[in-house]
Write a protein that binds this ligand. Structure first.
Ligand code: PEP
Ligand code: MN
Length: 333
C-alpha cells in the first residue's frame, strides 16, 4: 500500500503519521521527491483502514500495490535510485561502463586490462574470481587469490571493482570489493540473497537464464527486504529456442524494469550473445534503450582466455565501443 502526501506536509506531520503506521506493525518507507512524498507500507496492510488514512488532512491519496515486489517497486519510490559505488554513481542519468575479463587469470593480465579499460573510459572494473562453470573440469577461477589481484588492480587504477560471490561463506573475502555480483545461476539462491541483504554493499543482480522479470524483481526484493537497498539489476540474456547466440538478449527488459522499478538496469551484451562481434551493436542498442550501464568482457588476449574468450573484446575494440556508446548517449539525452 502507498500513501501519497500532500505538498507542503511538514517533516513533523510526516514523522507523526509514520509513527502511527509503525504502531500497526508496518514497515514504512519514506520516499521524499521534489514533487511529492510517498509512504510505502510493507507488511500486513489488511488491518489498515484505507478510508481513515485517505481522510487525513496531509494525505492526498492511498493505493494498494498489487505487485508482490514492494521495495523495488517504482510506486514506492517514484524517482530513479542512484547507487553510489566509491565515487561512481549508477542510475538516474549516471552511466556505468563496466569492463574487464571474464576471469582474473594473473597479476599482469588483470592490471593490463584494468589500465587499458580505464584509459578508454570504463569507470568500474569487472573480473571473476569465483567462477560458476557448467563443467566441474573447467577453470573454476583463482578464488581468494583472484580477489587479491582485483584489489591490486583497484589500487593501481582507482577503479571500483565488481566480482561474483557463489557462497555466503566467502563473504569476508569481499570486504573491500565495491560491488558484489550475484550471477544468473544464483539469482534464486534465496539464502544467499537474504545474507547479502544484511550487508550494505551494492549488489549487481543478474537475471537468471530462465527467469521472468517479475522473478528478477522478487529476488531484488529479497535483498531489499533485509535492509540493503543498493541493488543494480542486470539483463544478460535468457534461454530461448535460438541457438545461434549464446542467449537471447531481452532488450525490452530495460524499459519494462524502468517502468516497474526505480532500480538501475545494466545490460551485459557479452553473456547475452557469446560472440565478440555482436557485443558492440548490442551495447549500443542497450545504451539507446536507456540502460544505466553496460558490462562487457575485455581480455588482453582473447584467444588465450581461460574462460569466455569468444565473447571477449580486445582493449582496442573496447575503446572503439566506448566512443560509440558515448555518442549514442549524447544523442538520446
Ligand atoms: C559473469 O558475469 O562472469 C557471469 C558468469 O555471468 P552470468 O552469471 O550472467 O552467466
Ligand atoms: Mn564470462
Amino acid at each position: 500500500m502507498i500513501a501519497i502526501l500532500k505538498n507542503g506536509t511538514t517533516e513533523e506531520q510526516t514523522a507523526h503519521l509514520v509513527s502511527w503506521l509503525k504502531h500497526m506493525n508496518l514497515d514504512v518507507h519514506v520516499s521524499k521527491g521534489a514533487e511529492m512524498t510517498v509512504l510505502g507500507l510493507i507488511g500486513d496492510t489488511s488491518r489498515v483502514d484505507m478510508e481513515l488514512l485517505s481522510s487525513l488532512e496531509i494525505v492526498s491519496s492511498v493505493k494498494r500495490v498489487s505487485e508482490p515486489f514492494k521495495q523495488a517497486n517504482r510506486k514506492f519510490h517514484p524517482n530513479d535510485s542512484i547507487i553510489q559505488v566509491g565515487n561512481v554513481k549508477i542510475g538516474g542519468g549516471y552511466f556505468a561502463m563496466i569492463a574487464g575479463p571474464c576471469s582474473v587469470e594473473s597479476e599482469e593480465q588483470i592490471i593490463e586490462v584494468a589500465q587499458a579499460v580505464k584509459e578508454s573510459g570504463a569507470n568500474i572494473l569487472r573480473g571473476g574470481a569465483f567462477k560458476p562453470r557448467t563443467s566441474p573440469y573447467a577453470f573454476q577461477g583463482m578464488k581468494e587469490a583472484g580477489i587479491q589481484l582485483l584489489l591490486k588492480a583497484k589500487e593501481a587504477t582507482g577503479l571500483p571493482i565488481v566480482t561474483e560471490i557463489m557462497n555466503i561463506s566467502a563473504l569476508d573475502l569481499f570486504a573491500d570489493v565495491d560491488i558484489i555480483q550475484v550471477g544468473a545461476r544464483n539469482m534464486q539462491n534465496f539464502d544467499l540473497l537474504k545474507e547479502l541483504g544484511k550487508t550494505n554493499k551494492p549488489i549487481l543482480l543478474k537475471r537468471g537464464l530462465a527467469n521472468t522479470l517479475q522473478e528478477l524483481l522478487m529476488s531484488a526484493e529479497y535483498i531489499m527486504s533485509e535492509g540493503n537497498e543498493n541493488v543494480i539489476l542486470c539483463e544478460r540474456g535468457i534461454r530461448t529456442f535460438e541457438t545461434y547466440t549464446r542467449n537471447t538478449l531481452d532488450l525490452s527488459a530495460v524499459s519494462v524494469l524502468h517502468e516497474l522499478s526505480h532500480l538501475p538496469v545494466v545490460v551485459d551484451p557479452s553473456h547475452a550473445t557469446g560472440k565478440s562481434r555482436l557485443v558492440p551493436p548490442m551495447a549500443m542498442a542497450a545504451a539507446a534503450a536507456g540502460a544505466d550501464g553496460i558490462m562487457v568482457e575485455v581480455h588482453n588476449n582473447p584467444s588465450c582466455a581461460l574462460c569466455d574468450g569468444a565473447q571477449s573484446l580486445t582493449p582496442a575494440q573496447f575503446d572503439e565501443l566506448n566512443h560509440r556508446v558515448q555518442k549514442i548517449r549524447e544523442a538520446i539525452v
